[in-house]
Structures are given as structure tokens and as C-alpha cells.
Design a protein around this ligand. Structure first.
Ligand code: NDP
Length: 297
């Protein structure tokens, strides 16, 4: 039986619609417009595309987009001074410094200089600690998007066996914490995991965040399991040119899984939608209002 395809593009549009409604309500009822500041240091082409897309979607949901594009030679002290200014600016509710930063700047120092309440990427050590201890945190956008899709598909995740392949700080670890928060039994697999196929075969939910094209074949998947593919890899096409693929082998996995996210059009679109959701959440909390339901972990 073919798997249900979880349409991340449509789901992301729905999340953006919910964000836009909350923004309109904040404006009408409280006279507040949420503001998202994005800082880009240097001219990395992929980062420029991400920042442009973030700015465009921020404006489309009715929020203020503040962009700071700095020279690649900007010093760490100057960048820290800008972050301090944005931290102190009450019209800025979310701050994001696009990674990677140039080599002469320490990314962790920059992330941890952002006010945790404005840390809409959820990478600040305080937010990592809050998430790890099951408290209200700003949650990293990609895993938050995966969680939203899983909740939408399954309702309750309680008691399900979840395997997260990958243990990075931006995807694997926060994903595992979120699944634990929803009462899954969670295994985190990585490059040293013994007998990965057997580990994955025990999973009702598989989240692949590895960065290896099509690494997970269908015969690792338990029949009926839900497969969330975080990977974004560009591979050569036999006829020339390139195409995007995930970390799972889509065709063989879709034959066995109960549900699966495609690449492109699965997890990818959810990441910016969740960034916007986090910005509204940060704005509400900064103004003593309840965070919007359904847009947080
Ligand atoms: P990292 O490179 O930081 O982490 C990869 C993880 O995969 C590591 O924990 C590594 O293990 C593990 N791994 C590598 N090889 C194997 C293997 N053979 N078997 C099992 N585990 C393995 O990657 P990220 O977490 O940053 O990203 C993962 C993927 O998600 C990438 O394709 C990236 O492009 C994509 N991505 C997509 C986003 C989106 O918006 N959709 C956002 C962020 C990332 P170890 O720790 O032992 O080395």
C-alpha cells in the first residue's frame, strides 16, 4: 500500500495563515506589530537566498522585517554591538543571525549574545536547557516543523517508538527532546550506532537528519511507520543537471511506510513557517500575552 504523502508545502501555508491571523489580531487589539531582525554577515550565496525568503515571508504575514547585511570583514565586536542594540529595541521581537558566520567570528558567542526571549532560532544555551528540561522554550524551527506535521498526522504521539537519525544541535537533539516531550520512546542514532537497520526497523516514527543522500532504504522501515525526511541533498541526474533528494530513499520507503514527507515539499517549507510562528510567540510573551495555540511545542 502506498504511503500517505505529508504535504509540507500546504501545511506551511496553513501555518503562515495562522501566523497572519495572530499578527492581525495583535495589531487590531493591542497596536503591536511583531518585528523580526535578520542579520547576515558576508555574501554566502545560499545564505543570501535564505535571508531573502525569510524577509519576503515575514512581510507577507504582516510583520516588520528588519535586515542587517554586514560586510564579511565585520569584526565580532561590531556584530555583538549590533546584537546588543537589537536586544534593547522593543520593536524587535525576534533576532536571527544567519549561520554560518565567517571564520573570524565565533558562532556560539553570537548566538549566546542574543536575548533568549528573542532567540527565534532556539539555539541559545538557555533555550536548549529549557527544552531539555521540558519547560517553555523557543524551539529550533526545523524540528518544530517536524513535530507539527507529526501531531497533525497522528494526533497523540504518546507511546510511539521514535528513532531520530542524527544528533546535531540544530535538528537531531532538539527533535529527540520534542518527541520525548510528546511521550514517545526515543532513540537517537548516529554514525557510531551499531546495526542501524535493526534500530530503524523498530520505529513507528523515523526522523532522518543525516545529510547523506537517500541513505535509508525501504527495507529498514517498519510497515506503516511514519517517515520524516529532514535531509536536503543535491545529487547529479543521470541525464545531466542536478536534483534535490532527502536522506531517505523516497520510492522504496513510500512503498512500506504509512506516511512520508517528500523532498522537496516536506520539511523544508515548514522551517521558515516555524520561524514566523516563533516570532509571534516571542512577541506575545514579550507583551505578557498567551502564546498562540498550535504554533508552539
Ligand atoms: P549534521 O552534519 O550536523 O549532523 C548529521 C548527523 O548525522 C550527525 O549526528 C552524524 O553522526 C549523523 N550521521 C552521519 N552519517 C551517518 C551514518 N552513516 N549513519 C548514521 N548517522 C550518521 O547535519 P544537520 O543535522 O545540520 O542536517 C542534517 C540534514 O538535514 C542535512 O541534509 C541538512 O541539509 C538538512 N537540514 C534541513 C533543514 C530544513 O530546513 N529542511 C534544516 C537543517 C538541516 P555523528 O554525530 O556521529 O557524526
Amino acid at each position: 500500500m502506498a504511503a500517505t504523502v505529508i504535504d509540507g508545502k500546504a501545511f506551511a501555508a496553513k501555518v503562515r495563515g495562522q501566523v497572519a491571523e495572530h499578527v492581525a489580531r495583535l495589531k487590531a487589539e493591542h497596536g503591536i506589530t511583531p518585528g523580526l531582525a535578520v542579520v547576515l554577515v558576508g555574501e554566502d550565496p545560499a545564505s543570501q537566498v535564505y535571508v531573502r525568503n525569510k524577509g519576503k515571508q515575514t512581510v507577507e504575514v504582516g510583520m516588520n522585517s528588519i535586515e542587517h547585511k554586514l560586510e564579511a570583514t565585520t569584526s565580532q565586536d561590531d556584530l555583538l554591538a549590533l546584537i546588543a542594540k537589537l536586544n534593547a529595541d522593543p520593536s524587535v521581537h525576534g533576532i536571527l543571525c544567519q549561520l554560518p558566520v565567517p571564520d573570524h567570528i565565533d558562532g556560539d558567542t553570537i548566538i549566546n549574545a542574543i536575548d533568549p526571549a528573542k532567540d527565534v532560532d532556539g539555539f541559545h544555551i538557555s533555550n536548549v536547557g529549557l527544552l531539555g528540561t521540558g519547560q517553555d522554550a523557543m524551539v529550533p524551527c526545523t524540528p518544530l516543523g517536524c513535530l507539527m506535521m507529526l501531531r497533525d498526522h497522528h494526533g497523540s504521539l504518546s507511546g510511539m517508538n521514535a528513532v531520530v537519525i542524527g544528533r546535531s544541535n540544530i535538528v537531531g537533539k532538539p527533535m529527540a527532546n520534542l518527541l520525548l516531550g510528546d511521550s514517545c520512546t526515543v532513540t537517537i542514532a548516529h554514525s557510531r550506532t551499531a546495526d542501524l537497520p535493526a534500530v530503524v526497523r523498530g520505529a513507528d516514527i523515523v526522523v532522518a537528519a543525516v545529510g547523506r543522500p537517500q541513505m535509508v532504504p525501504g527495507d529498514w522501515i517498519k510497515p506503516g511507520a511514519t517517515v520524516i525526511d529532514v535531509g536536503i541533498n543535491r545529487i547529479d541526474k543521470p541525464e545531466g543537471g542536478t536534483r534535490l533528494v532527502g536522506d531517505v530513499d523516497y520510492d522504496s520507503c513510500a512503498e512500506v511506510a504509512g506516511a512520508i514527507t517528500p523532498v522537496p515539499g516536506g520539511v523544508g517549507p515548514m522551517t521558515i513557517a516555524c520561524l514566523l510562528a516563533n516570532t509571534v510567540t516571542a512577541c506575545c510573551r514579550a507583551n505578557g500575552l498567551d502564546a498562540p495555540q498550535g504554533l508552539t511545542a
